[in-house]
Write a protein that binds this ligand. Structure first.
Ligand SMILES: [Fe+2]
Length: 371
């Protein structure tokens, strides 16, 4: 089935107005059903992995699949250098993806998350030949170190300020990682450093068009059996302004994370359908996809990429249940990254191997009908 709608011809001014206003929310903090809004439809999209846990040399073949090409070797660059470079792409527990899209003659680049360390992001951007000045906008999926930690890598490299879309004030609260005794402080996102690095933060709880081509889901309701089980706690008032938080959280000294502010970043690709970047899926990957379908009014899901966080505190049973829900959803492709976990990957490869594609740092996923 095709997307419900073809391209909605909004002008650049209209698109910017949408991005600036964060329009089309039912209310500023609504998690209930949202009225669909006119999302852009891109002719072509490539998503390149800048930071993830796994790397590979230049020995994997490219894949030419229906509706998706996967360029492995140095992100699609020709392998015609006289010798292998002495520096290698770096993997780490973090995620960063660069989207490059086209609508007719316009090209936009959106950076989704920044990985864990500035060293990995800077190294990989340099080796992959990515110009930080060509990035039009960024999205921070949520306020965890493994998604924002690398942003200083862009500070010295950019000549212009760009918008950074985040879901809510709680992205800035200090986090505790519930992985030891005592729980280690995970840190907080430095708002002043973000500004010095050239980012203008825009908090958008509602679905929002990003750089004319992409859109964020806004806050994600828990609409499936997936629960928001997150291995962190947050500290209202430390790093974040209590007044900007959900009123139910403002007075607390420390509370379990519920991922309320997390966003997914999405595209609609002409004649293919939705491509959803779920980043860490603390609200549930299926919930994230359902939200993308609802706000775009596009039911066909072509590909879902990202971390699905099907490791503790989620259980192996939940990982298998998510596989079953993906079978019902029936996307053409699933690219499990980052925090997804081995149980999901093993089970998904067993029951729907044709849909699963493994990502590596530098891999470029290209979506274009008929290409
Ligand atoms: Fe993560």
């Amino acid at each position: 089935m095709m997307p419900h709608r073809s391209f909605v011809a909004l002008s650049r001014r209209q698109m910017l107005a949408i991005a600036g206003a964060g329009a089309f929310a039912v209310s500023t903090r609504s998690l209930s059903a949202t009225t669909a809004f006119p999302v852009p439809v891109v002719d072509r999209l490539s998503l390149q992995v800048l930071v993830d846990s796994a790397t590979f040399g230049s020995f994997l073949d490219d894949l030419n699949l229906p509706g998706m090409r996967v360029l492995r070797a140095r992100g699609g660059k020709p392998l015609n250098a006289p010798r292998m470079p002495p520096h290698a792409l770096l993997g780490e527990f973090g995620l960063s993806i660069l989207g490059e899209s086209q609508i007719a003659a316009s090209t936009r680049r959106v950076l989704v998350d920044f990985g864990y360390s500035r060293e990995a992001l800077a190294n990989n951007m340099q080796l992959l030949g990515i110009d930080a000045n060509a990035i039009d906008a960024a999205v921070l999926s949520h306020g965890h170190l493994d998604h924002y930690g690398g942003f200083p890598a862009l500070a010295q490299r950019r000549r212009r300020r760009i918008p950074l879309i985040a879901g809510d004030e709680e992205a800035f609260c200090e986090r505790m990682a519930m992985t030891g005794t005592p729980p280690p402080v995970m840190g907080m996102l430095d708002r002043a450093a973000l500004s010095r690095a050239g980012f203008d933060v825009m908090l958008r709880t509602a679905p929002t068009v990003v750089a004319d081509h992409a859109f964020t889901t806004g806050l994600i309701p828990l609409s499936s059996s997936e629960r928001a089980a997150i291995p962190t706690r947050m500290r209202p008032g430390i790093g974040c302004d209590r007044a900007g938080l959900n009123p139910a959280k403002r007075a607390a000294k420390e509370i379990p994370d519920d991922g309320e502010h997390e966003l997914a970043t999405c595209y609609v690709v002409k004649d293919l359908g939705l491509v959803v970047i779920a980043s860490c899926s603390h609200r549930g990957v299926i919930n994230s996809v359902r939200r993308a379908q609802a706000v775009s009014n596009v039911s066909k899901v072509h590909a879902v990429l990202g971390g699905f966080h099907l490791v503790r505190p989620r259980t192996e049973a939940e990982a298998r249940e998510t596989v079953a829900m993906f079978q019902q959803l029936d996307p053409a492709y699933i690219v499990p990254m980052h925090c997804t976990g081995e149980v999901f990957i093993t089970e998904a490869l067993r029951v729907m191997p044709q849909k699963i594609v493994r990502p590596y740092v530098g891999s470029k996923f290209v979506f274009a009908a008929g290409e």
